[in-house]
Design a protein around this ligand. Sequence first.
Ligand code: HEC
Length: 123
Amino acid sequence: MSDHTFIQTKALLQATLVGAVIGLTLFGLSIAQQAQADPATVKLYKTHCQSCHMPNGNARAKPLNFTDSEWKHGSSHREIAACIRDGVKGTAMRPFKDKLKPAEIDALADYVKAFEKPADAKN
Ligand code: HEC
């Protein structure tokens, strides 16, 4: 193999490897998103939450926004679930414990947390 061909082959191999890594990363991300978007949970969100929190969780008012990585009432799963279960007294955020099952509240907590942009995620 001449030097020239060798360099070309090496460049081609490197390009293929980079392509494979990017492809796998995108594939992994799409799987992760699909895992979060359980149709039953999406439906619950549409029915009970979207009117105030917007379809993508990007409501303009800060405490309602799920994408700005600011969680007024805490960013842990437990804190977010508690917020949904018990509501926030004195605000439009009503408790959902009488309307939703604990498992549904758990799933919604994961769902709204996932609106947070991955680049801004703190954990
Ligand atoms: C009638 C409007 C309304 C509906 C419907 C509603 N919310 Fe809220 N939600 C609010 C408001 C207003 C706040 C901000 C409360 C505050 O100021 O602390 C809030 C806050 C939250 C927070 C805390 C955000 C933070 O920064 O800590 C979570 C989590 C949340 N809502 C989830 C939900 C989920 C899940 C649903 C559906 C099951 C839902 N909300 C339905 C109005 C609503």
